[in-house]
Design a protein around this ligand. Structure first.
Ligand code: FA5
Ligand code: MG
Length: 349
């Protein structure tokens, strides 16, 4: 799975990573360290505990996160490296890498994607010693990320939305208006003080400190920047995709080389205990891989007499690179139907 897309200079993810790093280097010359080769298999402590994620938080569930064994997971966010890098004495850094999540299937969600984490620590002199520095950190965070959006996109319609993360307070998310909808591109906030103080070695000066942190989705930003309509395209090995991008060039507008028609297949079933939407998506991905574009719930009802609930899902098949035959799609759908019964125990209707 490790294609190192974010470390490929002429890949859209490599281009956008470099452009963001350049922005931070230009804003604070020499201050930031840029990491992009930390291993994606991390301890659950790093992915959750050190970030103060509660024991019962949904992200810890095997329905959301890929557990690989003995207290280890495929990191579900680059925040997994915050504490470790702070312990290494880093007070300003970004950290980029592939992250993994069991999630829904559509044009803006993919089970492997890339995030860039950013952290910057302030000392009391930076906020003039008044208060605990939260207001300063938050204001600086907002202006930094608004500046980044300008750097990447020029004029683009953005909005801030209140959010919640266990590891920041306050927490906010930035959305960009793209193709008629608001697209969430990053989450951020003022780092919880326990994380900062528990990990970053105290300076000799004993000065008070405060930090911000952000985690941005590289695919989402690259989709907006280059006009890439579907997140699966980042994984394409097709020269018609790859040859359109050049290292250092932020001006490319992706030219679709084909528009193959989608093919919809609907499937209705009575739910089982093992059923979750993420499980269903995992099964469909397992059978159809990137040939599945979207899985969406189109109908549901509960029969009160039987006490059972039925869902109808539409599976949208489409290749980015070629046209699919009816036989091929029928065969895929047949296998999907068998696997949802076999793996999830649902009852087809
Ligand atoms: C986080 O992952 C937090 N760790 C971000 C953070 C870091 C907050 C530091 C505060 C401080 P979230 O789950 O919202 O947050 O994901 C962050 C971004 O990753 C999203 O805004 C989106 O751009 C991207 N993203 C999330 N899920 C997917 C997905 N399945 N496919 C593609 N991009 C995704
Ligand atoms: Mg979010």
């Amino acid at each position: 799975m490790n294609r190192n897309l974010h470390r490929t200079e002429s890949h859209p993810l490599g281009i956008i990573k470099a452009a963001i790093q350049e922005y931070f280097e230009g804003r604070h010359p020499g201050e930031f360290r840029f990491f992009d080769d930390l291993r994606p298999i991390v301890k659950t402590e790093a992915n959750f505990d050190e970030l103060l994620i509660p024991e019962d938080h949904v992200s810890r569930s095997p329905n959301d996160t890929y557990y690989v064994g003995d207290g280890t997971v495929l990191r579900c966010h680059t925040s997994a490296h915050q504490a470790e890098l702070l312990r290494g004495g880093h007070a300003a850094f970004t950290c980029t890498g592939d992250v993994y999540r069991r999630d829904t299937i559509d044009a803006t969600h993919y089970p492997v994607f890339h995030q860039m984490e950013g952290v910057r620590v302030f000392e009391e002199d930076d906020w003039g010693g008044e208060g605990d520095g939260t207001a300063h950190a938050e204001a600086e965070l907002r202006s930094t990320l608004e500046g980044l959006a300008k750097h990447l996109f020029g004029d683009v319609e953005c909005r801030w939305v209140d959010a919640y993360f266990p590891f920041t307070e306050p927490s906010i998310e930035l959305e960009i208006f793209y193709r008629g909808e608001w697209l969430e591109v990053l989450g951020c906030g003022v780092m919880r003080q326990e994380i900062l103080e528990g990990n970053l070695p105290a300076g000799a000066s004993g000065k008070r400190r405060r930090a911000w942190a952000f985690g941005l989705g590289l695919e989402r930003l690259a989709m907006v920047l280059f006009g890439i309509p579907d997140i699966r395209l980042f994984w394409s090995g097709d020269e018609r995709f790859l040859s359109q991008f050049k290292a250092g060039d932020l001006t490319t507008q992706f030219q679709p080389y084909s528009k193959y028609p989608p093919c919809n297949k609907d499937m209705a079933f009575w739910l089982s205990d093992a059923f979750t939407e993420n499980n269903l998506c995992e099964v469909v991905r397992g059978v159809a891989g990137d040939l599945c574009e979207e899985v969406k719930l189109i109908d549901e009802f509960t029969n009160p007499k039987l006490g059972r609930t039925s869902h109808c899902y539409r599976v949208v098949y489409r290749s980015m690179d070629r046209s699919l035959t009816n036989e091929e799609i029928d065969a895929l759908q047949e296998r999907v139907r068998e696997e949802v019964v076999g793996q999830l125990g649902v009852e087809l209707r």
